[in-house]
Design a protein around this ligand. Structure first.
Ligand code: ZN
Ligand code: ZN
Length: 357
């Protein structure tokens, strides 16, 4: 079954339809990226509505839906709703109020329901990756690893965080990525204690940790990886913190499998960091799902009560220790959850790499 058919099968009644508007979910369902479009899903048939700018490309690339060009969307939708006898349309909870109101006005006699229903069906689909989807994520990760291998020789004292971040992006895009998964984080020295610091003019200095968090996009599918490397000689304390993060990460990797609660998955890493005395220095969740978005379900976090890991999910495992004003370490791999454990999709070295400095 295609993703569109799977969504259609979740509609409770024959007279129900789903209207998917967010860029990300439209692409997820049809494989086609565009800034404007509407996917109408009914139990019998699906439609992709878009305007003149995209219609030709849509007809070539949209899978599983009939493409129609529209100038005004509501009249076209209303006609399709009447044709299929629809009385209720589910839309995403993320839809801006302005657009929701316009739909309610433009579709007289049709109940437009935002949130819960459609959001739940889409997130349950997106939680479990198909073989093809996993393949794309692996391709994105391969580009990420290419970037890592090629950036190492370009990290040396005097080069700024910004230069390193741009070089990394250039390497990954030139190698064939559709784009970058997010604004890369490259932080060095005392900036490395900022989990989501922005690369700036600070130059790398001997004795710095350099933390790089980055990823690529292939056909809309993301990858996510973090490595912290040392430049020149680093202190015993830096090495100890690095080793603690590594042990925490390995413990979580060991623990993850289908059926484990997301809170337990988080705790596997967190307990090791706490036992080493750094409990207060790890203020974010241990991991998150990755797919059409860089952060999606499930979350490995102390606040993910009730969530259970499912076979087929792709999640990151990224504990860190951040000592404010001093330095920080984060190590992040991406894994595929199976019944018996997890397959690590990340192959880059994790032992402390000490670059010349
Ligand atoms: Zn990351
Ligand atoms: Zn991440």
């Amino acid at each position: 079954m295609t993703r569109l058919e799977q969504l259609a099968s979740r509609l409770p009644e024959q007279r129900d339809g789903a209207l998917v508007i967010s860029q990300c979910n439209r692409r997820y369902l049809t494989g086609f990226p565009s800034s404007a479009g509407w996917v109408l899903v009914t139990q019998n048939k699906s439609y992709f509505l878009t305007d003149f700018r995209y219609i030709e490309a849509a007809r070539r690339r949209v899978r599983g839906a009939e493409c129609r060009m529209v100038t005004a969307v509501c009249p076209a939708l209303l006609e399709l709703c009447r044709f299929h006898g629809l009385e209720r349309i589910y839309v995403e909870g993320s839809l801006p109020v302005r657009e929701l109101t316009a739909l309610q006005k433009g579709l007289p006699g049709i109940a437009v329901e935002a949130g819960e229903g459609l959001d739940g069906w889409l997130s349950s689909l997106r939680l479990v990756k198909s073989a093809d989807e996993l393949e794309k994520i692996k391709e994105a990760q391969a580009l990420t690893e290419y970037g890592f291998d090629h950036i190492l020789p370009l990290i040396r004292p005097g080069r700024t965080e910004r230069e390193i971040a741009l070089d990394l992006e250039f390497l990954i895009r030139r190698q064939g990525a559709e784009g970058v998964a997010f604004d890369f984080i490259v932080v060095s020295g005392q900036n490395s204690s900022l989990p989501h610091g922005v690369p700036g003019d600070k130059a790398v200095e001997p004795g710095d940790f350099v933390t790089m968090d980055f990823g690529a996009v292939v056909d809309g599918w993301h990858s996510d990886m973090t490595r912290t490397v040392a430049v020149g000689r680093v202190s015993e304390e830096q090495k100890r913190v690095y080793e603690t993060v590594l042990q925490a990460q390995l413990a979580a990797l060991e623990a993850l499998k289908a059926g484990l609660s997301c809170v337990q998955g988080d705790a596997a890493a967190r307990e090791i960091i706490a036992a080493a005395g750094y409990g207060d220095c790890f203020g974010h969740g241990t991991g998150h799902g990755v797919g059409m978005e860089i952060h999606e379900e499930p979350r490995l976090s102390p606040s993910a009560a009730g969530q259970i890991l499912q076979s087929g999910s792709v999640v990151t495992v990224e504990p860190g220790i951040y000592l404010p004003g001093r330095f920080g370490v984060r190590i992040e791999d991406m894994v595929y959850i199976t019944e018996t454990g997890c397959e690590n999709l990340t192959h880059c070295e994790k032992g402390l790499i000490e670059l010349e400095g």
